[in-house]
Design a binder for this molecule. Structure first.
Ligand code: F6P
Ligand code: MN
Length: 330
């Protein structure tokens, strides 16, 4: 099946929201083009700066952030944006309805090795009770009106939800449009594949250590089956695999740095991905709470993440219930 993105009209999505999403698509086509040019475009490598998260910015992080920010604000449909690469929110039309939180280039350490990266976005409406400042963005994941990502891999794909299931679109370079290629994404409830950065094993909490230890024991262990492991080091491509064929993706809290127990950001990584995962029949949790129920307190807030196949996430949560421990992220 191949259809153009206006298929969204069938879901009674407001036209202005479709315009915001189309704008993100236009920016994504430009980013996709630059990524595919690689060294030829002269945009690989790092800048001399760090972002608010203390991470070195890649040149393409900066370019992608500027492109998305400028294009969204120029629509006049966006009240403000919050980006991983901006310390504070950037305001647009004071009368506009939409807020967009985004990670312009997720997994950007993959850029220089020609690996997959992505753009993640979360769209909310300006809340009635708060019309100014960054507090506008402090809404639960349940309040998102649309969310998704663009994966820049061997092909560029848009994966998106407006709360009525998850669809996948593939960028057709010959016509320059994202065409619908998967009508309804459904994650299998069970899996034999997990995704975690094993190098952090010694810093995990007791339940997480035990859960992974039991997975690694395969047929001889308490789980009674063999598990395989995959780690792309780009949330977009790891979660994409989970959406395509099931699995559990997790970046749990750890005790490496006392003041930074979690790596992934709630507003523009965990919430939009949780929205997709739940819409595809999966589960998304911190280990103790459902991610989309969390009340954010900061725009760059970090959170523990375990998401994917419903039964497998359920099993992981059971370890957190059964094994008492002090939470690093409490
Ligand atoms: O945005 C943070 C991020 O790059 C994710 O995309 C990815 O899942 C994770 O960090 C990779 O972490 P690590 O460097 O520990 O492999
Ligand atoms: Mn990221």
């Amino acid at each position: 099946m191949q259809r153009l993105i206006p298929v969204l009209n069938n879901d009674h999505v407001p036209l202005h929201l479709i315009s915001v999403i189309n704008t993100l698509m236009t920016a994504a086509k430009e980013i996709s083009h630059r990524l595919h040019q690689g060294s030829l475009a002269g945009t690989l490598g790092s800048t001399l700066d760090e972002n608010i998260q203390g991470e070195t910015q890649k040149k393409l992080d900066v370019v992608s952030n500027q492109l998305i920010k400028n294009m969204l604000l120029e629509t006049n449909l966006v009240r403000a944006v919050a980006s991983e690469e901006e310390d504070d929110i950037v305001e647009g039309n004071p009368d506009a309805k939409y807020l967009v939180a985004y990670d312009p280039l997720d997994g950007s350490s993959n850029i220089d090795v020609n690996g997959s990266v992505g753009t993640i976005f979360s769209i909310m409406e300006v809340p009635d009770h708060c019309k100014h400042g960054k507090d506008m963005f402090l809404q639960t994941g349940d309040e998102q009106v649309a969310a998704g990502y663009i994966l820049y891999g061997p092909s560029s794909m848009l994966v998106m939800t407006t709360g009525k299931g998850v669809r996948m679109y593939t960028l057709d370079h010959t016509v320059g449009e994202f065409l619908l290629t998967v009508e309804q994404v459904k994650i299998p409830a069970q899996t034999q594949e997990f995704s975690i950065n094993m190098a952090n094993d010694r810093f995990w909490s007791a339940p997480m250590k035990q859960y992974i230890k039991d997975l690694l024991q395969g047929e001889e262990g308490p789980r009674g089956k063999r598990f395989n492991m995959r780690w792309n080091a780009a949330m977009v491509s790891d979660v994409h695999r989970v959406l395509c064929r099931g699995g559990i993706f997790t970046y749990p809290a750890d005790c490496r740095e006392a003041d930074k127990p979690c790596k992934l950001r709630l507003l523009y990584e965990a919430n939009p991905m949780s929205f997709l995962i739940e819409q595809a029949g999966g589960r998304a949790s911190t280990g103790y709470e459902r991610i989309m129920s969390l009340q954010p307190t900061e725009i760059h807030q970090r959170v523990a993440v375990m998401m994917g196949s419903a039964d497998e996430v359920g099993t992981c949560l059971q370890y957190h219930k059964d094994i008492p421990c002090q939470r690093f992220d409490a």
